[in-house]
Design a protein around this ligand. Structure first.
Ligand SMILES: [Zn+2]
Length: 420
């Protein structure tokens, strides 16, 4: 009997090992081809913001920028059930949540995150004592409920165990990075003489679409950087920060680059979506990364108008453009290799040179196909300006120190290649 059990166990572990290696070898194929959709403004549902007294001395709040908490109830003495809903639908499945909680007395409680019937769980919880410093919640402290939906195991909800007390605990889908924090970051960079800051437009709700200009060249050669069209995609934003900081650095390479190329950065293309804790859309209820052909939204129009006006007034060219996002795993969406822009070969060379610095890392590259509609930022950067364009996607759970290093190395390799 003992022997039988041991054999069964051995088989199970071999099976797990085999499945695991399959999983690691198979590269994720990325998203389906992007399709044209209407980007006309549509209504969204705003969340009620407030501080919720749940009884038994427990409180929750969504009164802060980036919060998302659509409903909450104390189910029993130790369990709180939270409802997280999207701003409107149809929508990509990226359910963002963020709230804070505290209690009169120290205690352990369970919080169950629930979503509407057609939605699934995606982001595992991060916690913070101050809304600034974040840690991923230990995997032993939460459990995801899986359900078989249309033959696929789907994450339906998540229950986490937390220790709470009079000091506030912040809980969120990813690190919360608000426009206020963005402002501080830009102000720090702006202390350098070669960094200037501007506003190129305003969002539906009147928030600035901010721009950084890095460099001291004559605008004949330029690069464009975009980030945070999709509010929950914080890992992409973190990569963008490392990338931009490297372009601003006090190094010989960066200095040489800045004397030849000017870099323009829109670090938060969807400030209203970030404020409201949206899953994906802007205040107009639209996926901004489907609006780069029709330009029905103020945020995309602002970026287009800025780039058009700049190239028209200077006669300069954009040689490279990158838009930072995040998704299930790291992936690069590129323009088909048969299409040549202002610096042919730059993007494949950049990906290759970056990968060489990380021996255990195989880049996942997916060129956009003819089936893709030309409605994304990278299609716009390439087809309108000839900029060699790249969608730089970071995985939701990619370790933060790796994001930093990859963002930095990408910028260094880009500068080296573009100065060649
Ligand atoms: Zn995205």
């Amino acid at each position: 009997m003992k022997l039988l059990r041991r054999t069964v166990l051995l088989h199970i572990s071999l099976l797990i090992a085999a499945l695991w290696s399959c999983k690691r070898d198979a590269q994720w194929e990325g998203q389906e081809p992007v399709k044209k959709v209407s980007t006309e403004t549509v209504p969204i549902q705003l969340q009620y913001r407030g501080c919720f007294d749940l009884g038994a001395g427990i409180y929750m709040s969504n009164e802060f920028e980036g919060a998302r908490l659509n409903g909450v109830a104390r189910t029993n003495d130790t369990l709180i059930t939270v409802l997280i809903t999207a701003e409107n639908s149809p929508i990509n499945m990226s359910p963002w949540y963020a709230f804070k909680l505290w209690s009169d007395d120290p205690r352990e409680i369970y919080i169950k995150l629930t979503y509407p019937k057609d939605a699934s769980h995606r982001y595992h919880p991060k916690v913070s004592p101050d809304g600034m410093n974040w840690l991923a919640l230990d995997s032993a402290s939460f459990r995801v409920t899986m359900k078989l939906i249309e033959d696929e195991q789907t994450a339906k909800d998540l229950t986490m165990k937390l220790s709470v007390g009079p000091d506030t605990v912040w809980v969120a889908a990813q690190e919360i990075i608000t426009s206020e924090q963005l402002d501080q970051w830009m102000s720090r960079l702006e202390t350098r003489s070669y960094v200037k800051r501007d506003t190129i437009g305003i969002s539906h709700e009147g928030r600035p679409v901010s721009l950084l200009k890095i460099g001291e060249s004559d605008d004949q050669r330029m690069i464009m950087v975009i980030s945070r069209q999709h509010p929950p995609e914080v890992p992409g934003f973190l990569a963008m920060q490392a990338f931009v900081e490297t372009l601003c650095a006090d190094t010989e390479l960066a200095e040489a680059f800045r004397s030849k190329y000017n870099t323009y950065v829109v670090p938060m293309a969807n400030p209203d979506g970030v404020y409201h804790g949206h899953w994906r859309h802007n205040r107009g209820g639209v996926d901004l990364n489907r609006d780069w052909e029709d330009f029905n939204q103020p945020e995309t129009s602002a970026i287009r108008d800025f780039m058009m006006q700049l190239t028209r007034s200077t006669g300069g060219k954009f040689y490279f453009g990158v838009d930072f996002h995040s998704t299930q795993e790291d992936i690069y969406y590129t323009i088909g290799p048969e299409l040549e822009g202002n610096m042919p070969g730059l993007v494949p060379e950049l990906i290759e040179a970056t990968a060489q610095e990380f021996p255990d890392y195989t880049p996942n590259i997916k060129p956009r196909s003819e089936k893709d509609a030309r409605i994304t930022s990278t299609a716009f950067l390439f087809f309108e300006f000839g900029a060699e364009a790249l969608t730089y996607e970071i995985g939701d759970h990619t370790p933060r120190d790796f994001i930093q290093r990859k963002g930095k190395v990408s910028a260094m390799k880009l500068m080296e290649l573009m100065l060649k």
